[in-house]
Design a protein. Structure first.
Length: 109
């Protein structure tokens, strides 16, 4: 990756200030007028510049949401990527057991 200031919208001081204020990724993206991908690039540039790790709440929400259980009114539905990680295929039948706030799936043979 290029290590210079290659983004015309990169504002390290402003980004640092917003992170210190505890702003979420969505708030930062809106205020700076940048995408999630660009915010990730800017965060990487800022971390390299400051030699410090920063955390922005909600920045990796898209990846987390993809793996997370989606809750509906009548039960719980797992996303296709989550099922694929557990080696389930479309059309597989399984039983679900909820125990101590955990969900256990057993593939039916």
């Amino acid at each position: 990756m290029h290590t210079g200031n290659y983004s015309t919208k990169f504002q390290p001081e402003k980004l640092r200030q917003m992170i210190d204020q505890g702003k979420t990724a969505r708030e930062i993206m809106k205020e700076l007028g940048i995408s999630r991908f660009t915010l990730k690039e800017h965060l990487l540039l800022l971390q390299r510049r400051d030699k410090q790790a920063y955390t922005i709440e909600g920045l990796f929400e898209d990846e987390e949401q993809r793996r997370r259980t989606i809750k509906f009114r009548r039960g719980k539905i797992l996303s296709p990527p989550t099922l694929a990680e557990k080696k389930f295929k479309p059309g597989d039948a399984f039983e679900m057991e909820e125990r101590d706030e955990r969900i256990i799936l057993r593939k039916l043979t």
